[in-house]
Each structure stands twice: as C-alpha cells, then as structure tokens.
Design a protein around this ligand. Structure first.
Ligand code: 13P
Length: 255
C-alpha cells in the first residue's frame, strides 16, 4: 500500500455488463451482489440504459452504486438514440463509462469526443470512468506509452481544473475478453505513467482512482490490485456472475 494512499483511494471495483442482461437475469445478479454483505471496496455496476431504472430501484439503500456505459457529449437536442448526462443525473446516476475501447473501435469515437463526454458527465455531477488502452499492434510497435498519453491528454485538457474528478481505467485492448490479462507488472508500469501524467495536471493525482480492466478474474485480481498504482478494476465478463464479481471485490482488500 502506498504511503500516499488516502481515503479517496479506497479501491473501486466496477462491473461493466456491456450488452448483456435481461430483467430476470438482472434481478438474480443484483440480489446476489446485495446479499454478499460488506465488501472491502467501493462497488458499482454499469448496466445497459434500459436497465438503469431497475438498477436504481434494486440498489437503493445498498452500498452498491450504479452507472451507465456511455453518455452523450450534448445536453439535449436532435441526437436520435443518444442519452444525455442530464437525463442520467435526473434519477441519480453516479458513474458513466466513457471512451471504452469498444466504442472507440466500433463507433469511431475520437479522443476529443471522449473528452467532451467526460466533461458533459462531470458537469452533471456524474463521475466519468475514462478508458484508455493500446491495441496489440500498438503494444508490439512500442507505442503503448504514446497512445495512452495521447488519449488521456485530450481529457486532461478538456476537463482542465476538474481533471482530478475523473476515474481513469487502463484497459489494454488485447486483454479485453481474451483471457490474456496484462501481468501485474505490465499494468502497474502503465498506471505509474498515467499517474505521473495526471500529477503534472492536477494536485489531486495522488488521490485519484486508476482502475485496471481486461480479463480480471477471481484468481488474478488480488495480484493486480496489490500494485501500488492500481486502485481497483473495471470488470467485464466476470461481472456477470455474482460469485465471481464478489470474489473480485474481496480481492480489493489486497490494495
Ligand atoms: P473483460 O473483463 O471481459 O475482459 O472486459 C473488460 C472490459 O472491457 C471492461 O470494461
């Protein structure tokens, strides 16, 4: 545990359900999480838009927060299919993932659009979980550092004095859904770079939560969360099974 670790770096474990779930399956999953009892970290689930109300209702008065997987950069207007930060804030949304690699790759989201989404979320008191990460080709070309710095830099500049309010998630694209997790050392090396970049921009860098995502499972979570600059995880597949997600949350005691 880092000497600088403060309360605000209490670990955070977030489930990103992606496009999974049904009303019935969610009932079971949320019940499973609620019945786990106290966990050694902050916990949140980011669910598909149609199920936000279900999450809000089921998680009311529980210690588990809920969030969205995206939000529009615009406040309102003719943007068919989009969901704005004011709408999410309207009924108490706490987090919004922005810039997930699946959105960058499949929906062509640019660094600046991701930054604008983060700004729109923060303006409504929603904590953006900003994802950065390199592809396998970029890693093999030795570009990991320049890619993640470029992605984070856009957000830092756009958020300006509020940059310290975001959560950053390092998700190497080659580790997402592949079962090929970054080693704790690989992940820590990038997290240290990101924290140094944040430190040059905000006095809050030492208190900010930097999450790792990419094939986090119950059997590798403790080692990852034990790294000095890894403050929890953004969990995909393993967040869909209550027992696995709870086990990952418990591994945060190792931070
Ligand atoms: P997996 O945990 O399924 O690899 O997904 C990670 C992720 O993309 C979380 O946002």
């Amino acid at each position: 545990m880092s000497a600088q670790l403060s309360d605000s770096r209490r670990p955070l474990v977030v489930g990103n359900w992606k496009m999974h779930g049904s009303h019935a399956a969610n009932e079971q999953l949320l019940e499973g999480l609620k019945s786990a009892g106290p966990l050694p970290c902050e916990v949140a689930v980011c669910v598909p838009f149609p199920y936000l109300a279900q999450a809000a209702e089921r998680l009311a008065r529980s210690a588990i927060a809920w969030g969205a997987q995206d939000c529009s950069a615009h406040e309102q207007g003719a943007f068919t299919g989009e969901v704005s930060a004011p709408m999410l804030a309207d009924f108490g949304c706490r987090y919004a993932i922005v810039g997930h690699s699946e959105r960058r790759a499949l929906h062509g989201e640019s660094d600046q659009l991701v930054a604008d989404k983060a700004k729109a979320a923060l303006a409504k008191g929603i904590t953006p979980i900003v994802c950065v990460g390199e592809t396998l080709a970029q890693r093999e070309a030795g570009e990991t550092e320049s890619v993640v710095k470029r992605q984070l830099s856009a957000v830092i500049h756009t958020l300006a004095h509020c940059a310290g309010e975001m959560v950053v998630a390092y998700e190497p694209v080659w580790a997402i859904g592949t079962g090929r997790t970054a080693t704790p050392e690989q992940a820590q090396a990038v997290h240290a770079l990101l924290r140094a970049q944040l430190a040059a921009a905000t006095p809050r860098a030492a208190q900010m939560k930097l999450l790792y995502g990419g094939s986090v499972k119950p059997d590798n979570a403790a080692q990852l969360f034990g790294q000095p600059d890894i403050d929890g995880g953004l969990i995909g597949g393993a967040s869909l099974k209550a027992a696995d997600f709870v086990a990952i949350c418990r591994a945060a005691a190792n931070h």
